[in-house]
Design a protein around this ligand. Structure first.
Ligand code: FMN
Length: 361
């Protein structure tokens, strides 16, 4: 599987002021999504994050502006043809399952069955506080998410009005029509903790994983086989098959030398305040993902760094695939030109290497 991490946030993944045209604007993201669709990507994905004024700050005001992925994916529906559009939603920030079941079914119809939901429970105390909600303990969040998703599924499945009293949500004579095109939307989440993976095993079709060993490709490829095997075994214990996907930051140029020069330039032009604040977010919080990532890893972004010529990038993807990852969702630095080069030079080589298999909802 091949995905594109959309740059909905100002500065995307890299707190660096090195030159680039990447923009958080809808038009820019739409161009990225349309191009990814034309290059045969399986999915595009939007992150959701709630930051105060100035985002992560620094000279570049990293992530100060960011559009909402739910609305962006709705907007992308009529502009794209085949690519699956995945939106993140923080389901515990004041949502009712009936809202999201209805919105999901609506966007799924707008995209003719090409919509996916990345369920996140929110790992930042500051986000909960923005919504006036007391932060919820980590594992409890996943128990709540379990009830929330089970209720959405019932709303998608049932032919009669639903009256139910859950532990956290209740409804009387609730109904959703139309149902999602394929009965459900593609369900996604990202997890590393026991509770997060248990939730994923029960609810998700696709699981975003992070490297348990930081962004270095060699170390990631040593740690990933056991990690992927554990996740898939967990899903099988629930009688389900899940696919895992990882998000490498790709810096690809005609030669390795040029790619490495770009890597160094991004690092050398880091915005120190933004980088400190960005790194502190992941070093803090109660999430288990990204624990091994260093501050320098975060200046580049993504959770594995893939740097080199088109052939080397494909070789790296083959190694990630051999390590049990079913897909890669790539981030870039200078999105449109990087995507153009990647689509033209790398995607055909991936197909030749047998690394492309279409994802269906
Ligand atoms: C690829 C990827 C995308 C993610 N997207 C979001 C997001 O958009 N918003 C968010 O709050 N958390 C996001 N997360 C964080 C996860 O929701 C989760 O908090 C994290 O992976 C920790 O997992 P854990 O709860 O099992 O410790 C993402 C994680 C990954 C790996």
């Amino acid at each position: 599987m091949l995905g594109l991490f959309l740059p909905l946030q100002q500065g995307a993944w890299s707190p660096s002021t090195w030159t680039r045209g990447t923009s958080w604007s809808f038009d820019y993201n739409a161009e990225c999504a349309v191009r990814a669709d034309e290059f045969g990507f399986d999915l595009v994905f939007g992150l959701a994050q709630w930051l105060g004024k100035g985002g992560y700050g620094g000279q570049m005001q990293f992530r100060a502006n960011a559009t909402d992925p739910l609305l962006v994916t709705a907007g992308l529906a009529p502009l794209t043809r085949n690519v699956i559009l995945i939106s993140t939603v923080h389901i515990l920030y004041g949502w009712h399952p009936l809202h999201l079941a209805k919105f999901a079914a609506s966007i799924d119809h707008m995209s003719h069955g090409r919509w996916g939901l990345n369920v996140v429970t929110g790992y930042k105390k500051s986000e909960y506080e923005m919504f006036g909600i007391a932060p919820i303990e980590h594992d409890l969040r996943y128990r709540m998410a379990d009830e929330f998703c089970a209720l959405m599924r019932r709303l998608w499945a049932e032919d009669e009005n639903l009256t139910t009293e859950g532990r956290w949500w209740r409804m009387k004579d609730a109904f959703v029509a139309p149902k999602p095109v394929h009965g459900s939307v593609l369900m996604v989440n990202a997890a590393s903790s026991g509770a997060g993976l248990e939730f994923a095993a029960q609810h998700s079709d696709l699981i975003f994983i992070t490297s348990p060993a930081g962004a270095n490709l060699d170390r990631a490829c040593e740690a990933l086989p056991a990690h992927n095997a554990r996740i898939k075994a967990l899903a099988r214990a629930h009688g389900r098959e899940v696919r895992t996907i990882i998000n490498p930051h790709v810096i690809c140029r005609e030669t390795e030398r040029e790619a490495r020069a770009q890597y160094r330039a991004i690092l050398e032009h880091q915005d120190p305040v933004a980088a400190d604040n960005f790194h502190a977010t992941f070093a803090g919080g109660d999430q288990s993902s990204w624990r091994a990532a260093t501050r320098e890893d975060w200046v580049i972004g993504g959770n594995v760094h893939v740097v080199g010529s088109p052939e080397q990038v494909v070789e790296a993807f083959a190694r990630l695939h051999a390590a049990g990852c079913d897909g890669v969702q790539v981030n870039f630095y200078d999105y449109l030109p990087d995507l153009e080069f990647f689509g033209t030079r790398v995607v055909p080589l991936m197909a030749e290497a047998g690394l492309r298999r279409a994802l269906t909802c």
